[in-house]
Design a protein around this ligand. Structure first.
Ligand code: HEC
Length: 141
């Protein structure tokens, strides 16, 4: 009898673990741009300039091509950019935060670490960040 009880609990635990590992469903439209809660006050032309002067260009292509970091085409969409094989964030940011402009702004300022590598943070004021986000919105896959 004891052996059956043990099997029961092992099976219960296994199914609980499986359920908690289930992949979240994809967004309704992966190509839809996320709501413009910050970029609305940004200037994409200024953002394009900042993209070079702030050094984003050293690590990120504006296409889907990976460099040090992922190519940033599609970064402002619900589905996110194209990642190298084996990297999976389930439609979240590399730090696990949901894909909102607030969270992307925080990532750009603070930097962070993910499955690909480390991005350093940088000193940017609110207007710089809004301009950068407005530019990133123009990068389509
Ligand atoms: C020294 C290299 C480096 C520089 C410079 C850099 N990044 Fe990154 N960035 C990375 C790496 C590496 C990642 C990927 C982290 C991971 O997924 O492990 C990343 C990830 C990102 C992401 C998250 C993409 C996503 O949704 O998964 C955004 C947004 C981003 N960078 C924007 C920028 C912007 C804007 C700049 C310029 C202000 C910049 N980065 C400068 C290396 C860099």
């Amino acid at each position: 009898m004891l052996i059956f009880q043990r099997t029961f609990w092992v099976l219960m635990l296994a199914s609980l673990l499986l359920a908690s590992c289930g992949a979240p469903p994809p967004p309704e439209d992966s190509n839809a741009l996320i709501p413009a809660t910050i970029s609305g006050i940004g200037d994409a032309n200024v953002g394009k300039l900042l993209y070079s002067t702030e050094g984003c260009v050293m690590c990120h292509a504006t296409t889907t091509q990976p460099m040090v970091g992922p190519g940033l085409a599609g970064v402002m969409t619900a589905g996110g950019p194209t990642y190298p094989d084996g990297v999976e964030y389930w439609y979240a940011l590399p730090n696990g935060s949901p894909r909102t402009e607030e969270n992307i702004a925080a990532w750009i300022v603070r930097g962070g670490r993910g499955q690909i590598g480390m991005m350093p943070g940088r000193r940017l004021d609110e207007q710089d960040v809004a301009d950068l986000l407005a530019y990133l919105r123009t990068l389509e896959k």
